[in-house]
Design a protein around this ligand. Sequence first.
Ligand code: THU
Length: 281
Amino acid sequence: MAISERERLSVALVDVAEGREAEFVALLGEFEVLLARQKYGRSETFRDEGRPRRFYALWYWTDAAAAAACHADPAVQALTRKLYRIARVIHVVNGARSGPPDGLLLVDERRGRAEADRRTGFDRRRRDVGRAEGERRAGRDRRLGPTRLRDRPGEVDLVAAARRAREHADAAFSHFKVGAALEAVDGTVIAGCNIENASFGLTVCAERVAMFKALSEGHRAFTRIAIVADTEAPTPPCGACRQILWEFGGNLEVLLANLTKPTGTHRLKDLLPLPFDARLL
Ligand code: THU
């Protein structure tokens, strides 16, 4: 995403693990120092006042070359590794790789303009990590984040939701029922099941049903998907679903399970190496 002729913007949601907030703030300080010293750019981080362990990190890169240099910097990479140990980072926009020549692009427009990949880089910084709890002013600025619709991300039993969805599968031909549950960044869970058709090729998998339902209801950023089938071995998403999940969901966490137990956790990026997507158009 470009915000001027040269400057680029990255945005991430950062959910810090319980009890690791102090480490997170210290890490932000180290990032800040590096960013300024190397002239990579500037940053701001906001705390969600309705949810103390969630932060919104904005990173304004000096230009595309500075962003690339920052990514290649071993000191930055070491800090990034530390960050990933204490926080879940969800990339909403990554303007660090390349981007349109100018103008502000929203995530939704990424496909039309082959915007830089918002999924693979890292991006975080801070300046304002929000007021401390006690300093909150009553009646003002109660929260900076978007309205939360249902449960909080990460606190929902996604696998249970996928198992329930599986009950609705219409698998008259294969008798192979699959359920999926997709979690949006605001915590909403959107479920899907496979729907088969007498013209076999028209069958739609559970994962795509879930994703298309979510998109059609206005969701645009996602954190995890759970996939459930009644098999001892893991049932991973098919190739078509991997492509769709990647394009709309990015580097999702993929939770596989059967009717009684988990069968594996993956990152979508590992399930779909060297992906084709809008950047290549
Ligand atoms: N199926 C899914 O719904 N998701 C998967 O991850 C694998 C396969 C469906 C498609 C079809 O209805 C049945 O399972 C057998 O392939």
